[in-house]
Write a protein that binds this ligand. Structure first.
Ligand code: ASP
Ligand code: MG
Length: 396
């Protein structure tokens, strides 16, 4: 008998019919003898609707009230799933984030989990009851106010509960078969990876992969929580994010690229000035660019005497994620050739050992991602070489 955390994302529950289907999967694990702790996201589209309603009331809702509003989405799906479980004859109990003992910092909209005191969750398990925890929310203990964690934050709830309860598995259910070599909506031939390290997953999430929220991957890495990303629509094997199984699967000789990620929401800010003719360039998420435009040049200017900044909101970024990328310049050379062959103008932004990021116009972002996937990940030698487990997964 194992203790399983099962987190269901909004794309797994776009409808009441899907809530019933998910309840069946939970009940099946429970009937098989496992202890199951469920973490629910809001039903697909709910958080966006709540945000739009707030915007219709006021352009500047107070962060405290926005959190109070957004936290309701997860409570709705959580209670409905508990009812669906009751209907299947299972005992289940829905809990808000604070009932489940999720304590956070005070940062409304981007709160960090600072402690987890899951007494009620343990109590439910001890009595054979399935506890369901509303994701993405907690309580700031000073003011006893509701907080939320930022978009995709239910992943972090699942990881934090897995760490606090020392769960045997932390299953993240979504609408695709795991973590892919690229976004399968952009690159049809992208494939699910069998396993990857926390560091690779962190690089992917930080450079635009949406499958796991970045703070959840960082939390998992800090606490050594292995994640199993799976589809709630079928029984495909999914992707394991862990440092034990995957490191062994990646003996490092030479560079290896495991995925291409992209971020359409980048805006480029160039800071011309004392560094000479080549401007210092950074990218920020586009919604933040107006404020970044205001604050960044000022803070730089006071220290370095930078002149006026230039910003370009038509930019996007695409990244190669892998290992040995800095130490082996042939990867950047292959990237350059692939981009030139595809006729796509770009600037090289970052080269680290685990990531190479390019900046391009967002109109050619899809072409960029496809060109890079084709150059690095489509033409793999056949039969698959068992150097990378992702190739093994291809054959299974
Ligand atoms: N409902 C929130 C969102 O849409 C949190 C989550 O789904 O994890 O971002
Ligand atoms: Mg998500």
């Amino acid at each position: 008998m194992a203790l399983l955390i099962q987190k269901y994302g909004g794309s797994s529950i776009p409808s009441l019919a899907r809530i019933k289907a998910v309840a069946q999967r939970i009940a099946a694990a429970h009937h098989a003898g496992h202890d199951v702790v469920v973490v629910m996201s809001a039903m697909g589209g709910t958080t966006d609707q709540l945000l739009a309603q707030a915007q219709d009331i006021t352009a500047a809702p107070l962060p405290r009230e926005l959190d109070a509003l957004l936290a309701t989405g997860e409570q709705v799906s959580n209670a409905l799933t508990a009812m669906a479980l009751h209907d299947l004859g299972a005992e289940a109990c829905s809990l808000t984030g604070w009932q489940a003992g999720i304590l956070t910092s005070r940062d409304h909209g981007s709160a960090d989990i600072i402690d987890v005191c899951p007494h009620r969750v343990r109590d439910a398990l001890d009595h054979g009851v399935i506890p369901l925890v509303a994701g993405f929310q907690g309580l700031e203990p000073g003011d006893a106010d509701v907080t939320t964690f930022g978009r995709g934050g239910s992943d972090t709830t699942a990881v934090a509960l897995a760490a606090a309860l020392k769960a045997d598995a932390c299953e993240i259910y979504t609408d695709v078969a795991g973590v892919y070599t690229a976004d399968p909506k952009v690159v049809p031939e992208a494939r699910p990876l069998a396993c990857l390290t926390h560091q690779h997953m962190r690089e992917m999430a930080a450079s635009g992969a949406k499958v796991l929220a970045l703070p959840s991957v960082e939390y998992a890495r800090r606490h050594g929580v292995a994640l199993h990303v799976r589809s709630s629509y079928d029984d495909s094997p999914g992707t394991v994010v862990s440092d034990t199984s995957s490191e062994a699967a990646y003996p490092q000789q030479g560079p290896s690229v495991i995925a291409v990620t992209h971020n359409p929401h980048s805006a480029k800010i160039a800071l011309p000035g004392p560094l000479g003719p080549a401007p210092a360039t950074l990218t920020v998420r586009r919604p933040a660019s107006a404020s970044a435009r205001r604050s960044t040049p000022l803070s730089y200017a006071s220290h370095t005497g930078y002149g006026d900044s230039f910003h370009d909101e038509c930019t996007a970024t695409a990244s190669l994620v892998g290992s040995g990328l800095h130490a082996h310049p042939e990867t950047a050379a292959t990237l350059r050739r692939a981009m030139e062959r595809a006729g796509i103008p770009f600037t090289l932004l970052t080269v680290t050992d685990t990531r190479i990021t390019v900046v391009c116009h967002h109109a050619v972002l899809t072409d960029t991602v496809r060109a890079l996937h084709k150059a690095f990940l489509t033409h793999m030698p056949e039969p698959a070489v068992p150097r990378r487990s992702s190739r093994l997964a291809l054959r299974s």
